[in-house]
Design a protein. Structure first.
Length: 198
């Protein structure tokens, strides 16, 4: 893996936002991939922005990144504090009044987005960032980790949207599809390298 060096003290640390499930899912590979991603984010020196909960895949990513020694920023709507309690140590938690403000904060605080398997909330977050990229609100990398073909139906839907004339073919290039955490970090390193070297 082509790791980027940890940020120089005088340089801004880059943060990757990970969208993923607040459950573990039925296949243990989802949790293993989430944990591996957190470990690799830390090994490459990226800070983590995530949904704030100490549950499901969110918790796996956050604990691994935290234990790797990088900053972890949780962003949690007030009404979810009791359903998705935050980590207890070394995590900054920003409480927002609602989901919409949470997403705005995530977009603003992150230099890239990685999407792991998840439910309706994860899909909502994916479409938020991919639509923002399509409308050129930002030009930040979006990486979909298609673990075990989990996102095959989503990718087929996107292709049909283009086929039916509701989006241009360029829409299919708004995200980068990978299948493993290692490939996600390698892609992230490649796409963010100019910012690190600047």
């Amino acid at each position: 893996m082509n790791d980027i060096p940890r940020p120089h003290p005088d340089k801004k640390r880059l943060f990757a936002c990970v969208f993923c499930g607040s459950s573990h899912g039925v296949d243990p590979v989802y949790a293993a991939t989430a944990k591996r991603l957190g470990e690799l984010l830390a090994a490459s020196g990226y800070g983590l922005v995530f949904g704030g909960g100490n549950v499901g895949l969110m918790g796996e990513v956050a604990r691994a990144a935290r234990d790797g020694g990088v900053p972890v920023q949780g962003i949690l709507p007030d009404f979810l504090k009791h359903l998705e309690p935050p980590l207890k140590a070394k995590e900054k938690v920003l409480i927002t009044p609602d989901l919409q403000t949470r997403k705005l904060k995530m977009l603003a605080m992150s230099d890239a987005f990685i999407i792991l398997p998840g439910g309706l909330g994860t899909l909502d977050e994916y479409f938020e960032v991919v639509t923002s990229a399509q409308l050129r609100v930002f030009a930040k990398p979006i990486i979909v980790v298609d673990v075990g073909g989990y996102y095959a139906p989503l990718l087929a839907l996107l292709e049909n949207i283009v086929k039916q004339g509701f989006a241009k073919p360029e829409a299919l290039k708004l995200h980068h599809r990978v299948t493993t955490a290692d490939d996600a970090i390698a892609t992230l390193n490649r796409l963010l390298a100019p910012q690190v070297e600047a």
